[in-house]
Write a protein that binds this ligand. Structure first.
Ligand code: UDP
Length: 470
């Protein structure tokens, strides 16, 4: 166990904490994937600013760097899993199951030790990622109240809850011939927008475990906000008997990215400084989505022929290496691409995404529609080209295109001419401008929700009160 670090209490914290007369500890356990680590660390920042001491449990896999967060205490939970990080989504899901199984016993011992050390009464609760059912069960057995952080949208969680019903009604397992069928129980989703991670059975098990974690908890925290998903949140509150805390977008409350697993290449920010307002396309497919080498080539030539300035995040492993190439991690762009786009674009392995999206030179975001990327884009008023790959990304893209109307999907096999047309439409087209205007409205709404007495600000207050009442 790492040695405790006890910083001075933050000033201006919640009155209830002051009344309690002693600092309360909150224990956090993020899932070790980038899209889950970022929101949990934002939540840590919020709770710390409200006066809680924060202890972060984490796996060896993708362990955070404690030196970047000296205000928190870190406890490593041995996961006993070795080998490279999984690439294919079905392997990621199996890995999540394996992490749960491997961490259960060591977490029980470490949590028991922490309870002895802090004294049971000083611990307010554990907040665990929704994919860590085993940790929720361990905490429950040790009488530690638990809240679950769901890092996806409210609509996505409704889809999790509805999965058994959708199986009963014959929507699932997905039939190729039914992909365009609307799911009347879960509009605006069509069958093809439903959550999918590899096989039907794997998806069903993954979602059932998240629902079980939420059912065993004392409440669910969502990284969304009222103005974005009001009716979805109302539906969730009808369907759940637990409190729902819509306190997002979390990154708006503590905007510094200290939880990036890859080094962010900040040179692209200087590059952006020299660009005119609303002229640049930012392209990134997040930390997990992969593309075929054919799609990479079509994307590259579509970007090149669009004539639009761009930042493209080509992370190591974006195109999975073939067996022969195993030693090479860098993804190679097609010959001639660099020369064709010299002076007009920049390619980085990993970007400071939030700052890029906030930059006035950015006109559009070509994204895989991970929920963090989607909310980060919405909150900066940046419209999106959507290229969803798996999981909740299809459902998020559906909302972007059909509900919020701040982007559109580039579907099917990628062709350079279609890529070129889509980029032009988004960045210089008249409906792209309309999407940008609608995105600006959402940006304003996000600011209001996260501002003083906004819905998310009030929900944080309720969350803190709830934590202290458990
Ligand atoms: N991100 C980043 N730099 C990049 C690409 C992504 O910092 O070059 C961050 C991004 O801001 C977001 C997270 O990584 O917070 C990705 O999460 P998301 O849910 O969008 O997708 P995932 O990686 O989970 O598929």
């Amino acid at each position: 166990m790492s040695p405790p670090h006890r910083p001075a209490p933050t000033m201006g914290h919640n009155a209830a904490l002051a009344v309690a007369g002693r600092r309360r500890h909150v224990l956090l356990f993020p899932l070790g994937y980038q899209g889950h680590i970022n929101p949990m660390f934002r939540l840590a920042g919020i709770l710390h600013a409200r006066g809680f001491e924060v202890t972060v449990f984490h796996t060896h896999f993708n362990a955070p760097d404690p030196s970047r967060h000296p205000q928190y205490r870190f406890v490593t939970v041995p996961d006993g899993i070795s080998g490279p990080a999984p690439v294919a989504i079905e392997d990621v899901v199996s890995h999540i199951f394996a992490l749960n199984a491997a961490c259960e016993a060591p977490f029980r011992d470490l949590l028991a030790a922490i309870l002895d050390e802090y004294s049971r009464d000083a611990v307010a609760c554990l907040v665990a990622d929704g994919h860590l059912l085993s940790m929720v069960q361990v905490a429950t057995r040790l009488s530690v109240p638990t809240l679950v952080l769901r890092t996806g949208s409210a609509a996505c969680f409704s889809c999790f809850l509805a999965y058994p019903l959708l199986i009963d009604r014959g929507y699932l397992p997905v039939q190729e011939s039914e992909l365009e069928t609307e799911v009347s129980e879960l509009l605006p989703y069509r069958v093809r927008d439903l959550m999918r991670v590899g096989s039907h059975d794997l998806t069903r098990e993954l979602l059932a475990r998240v629902v079980a974690a939420v059912d065993a908890s004392a409440g669910v925290i969502l990284n969304t906000f009222d103005a974005l998903e009001r009716s979805e949140l109302e539906k969730l509150r009808r369907d759940l008997t637990l409190p729902v805390f819509d306190i997002g977008p979390l990154h708006m409350f503590s905007p510094v990215t200290e939880s990036s697993l890859l080094r962010q290449d900040r040179s692209c920010l200087e590059w952006l400084d020299a660009r005119p307002t609303a002229s640049v396309l930012y392209v990134s497919f997040g930390s997990l989505a992969c593309m075929s080498s054919r799609d990479l080539v079509e994307t590259a030539w579509g970007i090149a022929s669009s004539g639009v300035p761009f930042i493209w995040v080509v992370r190591p492993g974006l195109v999975p290496a073939s067996v022969e190439e195993k030693e090479t991690t860098a993804t190679r762009l097609p010959d001639g691409f660099e020369a064709a786009t010299r002076g007009r674009g920049t390619v980085v392995a990993w970007a400071p995404q939030e700052e890029v999206l906030r930059h006035p030179a950015v006109a559009g975001f070509w994204t895989h529609c991970g929920w963090n990327s989607t909310t980060e884009s919405v909150c900066e008023g940046v419209p999106m080209l959507c290229r969803p790959h798996f999981g909740d990304q299809m459902g998020n893209a559906r909302y972007v295109e059909h509900v919020w109307k701040v982007g559109f999907e580039v579907g099917g096999d990628l062709e350079r001419s279609a890529v070129e047309a889509a980029i032009r439409r988004l960045v210089t087209g008249s409906d792209g401008a309309e999407m940008r205007a609608r995105a600006s409205e959402l940006k304003k709404a996000a600011k209001e929700c996260t501002g003083k007495a906004g819905s998310s600000d009030l929900a944080i207050g309720k969350l803190v009160d709830h934590m202290l009442s458990l």
